[in-house]
Design a protein. Structure first.
Ligand code: FAD
Ligand code: UDP
Length: 373
């Protein structure tokens, strides 16, 4: 039997594509080179806790259609991301809001906070002498002033990007929200949460009744001659690999995780703690149970699983996580995209095949739009 679609990759793009194709009466085969389905949202159960194996994932969107759709597959819980920053043992709320300003300066009203920020910003703005901020350090100093920059931004950013703030582009920090209210919600989106029972439930729901094969690498399998098996190909792997790196290799930034079991029910009291000084080599510590357990549930589960996150230089064989946003890579990706546009009956979808950083909701939205057409 010939399939309508061979789908390479069972991440959110591939799984959502298979779901809508099936609904449209099409037959799909999904293959993935990993031993399990779900791509980067896959969770591994350890001590009764869903561990986000490929990085912490928080679903957030303002698109009601996408939100209703994912909730039709699996119910979402009330998790709201409120990361805390630890600078040399002192804790601050994120994103920068009235709680942070109170912890930093002891101010208690928006007016006092604004006066303090304005005073600190004015030094940085004066130093620019009328020109635009040229790098991340100048941008951050003009946005929030020196105290916040040196306590919560400088060293964290240097750890994360492996470069000095003066050598990084200003745009990375442009979107950091500054809030004059006591609101620790990291995202501005209308809807947010984690699937009840974990992300695997979402993937299982999307792929229900669809033929799937794991441990199958497209390029080292019979499926490479996909025409024999399907009318169309949906490819969600790396775009340069599809073209056998003919124009050169794209760079990626990656993260490595050191995960351990802690013999305590509540290790750090929050899902996400950022370490914003060089004192610790990792950028963040994730305590996975707090994504899905609230109140007494935290203590009903006697152990905890925590992951330290280290920003790591990408080498062959590592997991490609974030596209590198510089001129060489942007140009190379454009050239590959031109080649991709000429491939007949092939859909290039998702973050690896498009070489773009996408959150989960936009990936689902893209597939929904494709099927509307
Ligand atoms: P993926 O999930 O990567 O799936 C691609 C799949 O293709 C993989 O399973 C891979 O094994 C398979 N594959 C690749 N090549 C081959 C091949 N040759 N043969 C067979 N199979 C192949 N988004 C949010 O909205 N909120 C968050 O908090 C968030 N946190 C993130 C944290 C990290 C560390 C990262 C990297 C991303 C995060 N994201 C987050 C983004 C989210 O992971 C992506 O939007 C989502 O994974 C995109 O799905 P995808 O299908 O494009 O890619
Ligand atoms: N950032 C920071 N301190 C923090 C958190 C973030 O300075 O505690 C900066 C840092 O430069 C980072 C950027 O804000 O690269 C974006 O951070 P965000 O958490 O939004 O993105 P992610 O780390 O998920 O890519």
């Amino acid at each position: 039997m010939k399939y309508d679609y061979l789908i390479v990759g069972s991440g959110l793009f591939g799984a959502t594509f298979a779901y809508f194709a099936k609904k449209a009466g099409k037959k799909c085969l999904v293959i993935d080179k990993r031993p399990q389905l779900g791509g980067n949202v896959y969770c591994e159960e350890v001590e009764g806790i869903n561990v986000h194996k490929y990085g912490a994932h928080i679903f957030h969107t303002s698109n009601k259609e996408v939100w209703n759709f994912v909730n039709s597959i699996v119910e979402f819980n009330r998790y709201t991301n409120c990361p805390v920053a630890n600078y040399k043992g002192k804790l601050y709320n994120l994103p920068f809001n009235m709680n942070t300003f109170c912890q930093m300066w002891g101010v208690t009203t928006p007016e006092e906070a604004k006066a303090k920020i304005d005073e600190q910003k004015s030094e940085a703005v004066a130093a620019l002498n009328g020109r635009e901020p040229q790098n991340l350090e100048e941008q951050a100093l003009c946005l929030v002033g020196r105290d916040i920059f040196y306590t919560l931004i400088k060293e964290y950013t240097e750890k994360q990007w492996g470069r000095k703030c003066t050598e990084l582009p200003a745009f990375i920090i442009k979107r950091l929200p500054v809030r004059m209210v006591f609101d620790n919600n990291y995202f501005n989106d209308k809807y947010q949460g984690i699937p009840v029972g974990g992300y695997n439930k979402l993937i299982d729901g999307l792929l229900e009744g669809i033929d799937c094969k794991t441990d199958v690498d497209f390029f080292n399998s019979e499926y490479k001659d996909w025409n024999k098996f399907a009318d169309k190909l949906v490819y969600t792997g790396a775009i340069d690999e599809y073209f056998n790196y003919s124009l050169g290799k794209l760079d990626w930034r990656t993260v490595s995780f050191k995960t351990r079991i802690e013999d305590t029910a509540n290790f750090q009291g929050n899902a996400v703690v950022n370490y914003t000084s060089h004192e610790k080599p990792y950028t963040r510590v994730i305590e996975h149970k707090h994504f899905e357990m609230f109140g007494q549930e935290v203590y009903d589960c006697p152990k905890s699983v925590v992951s330290e996150e280290y920003s790591t230089e990408y080498k062959d064989g590592m997991e490609p996580y974030y596209p590198v946003n510089d001129e060489r890579n942007n140009q190379l990706a454009d050239q590959y995209r031109k080649l991709a546009a000429n491939e007949e009956n092939v859909v290039f979808g998702g973050r690896l095949a498009q070489y773009k950083y996408y959150d989960m909701a936009p990936v689902i939205e893209q597939v929904m739009e494709y099927f509307k057409k």
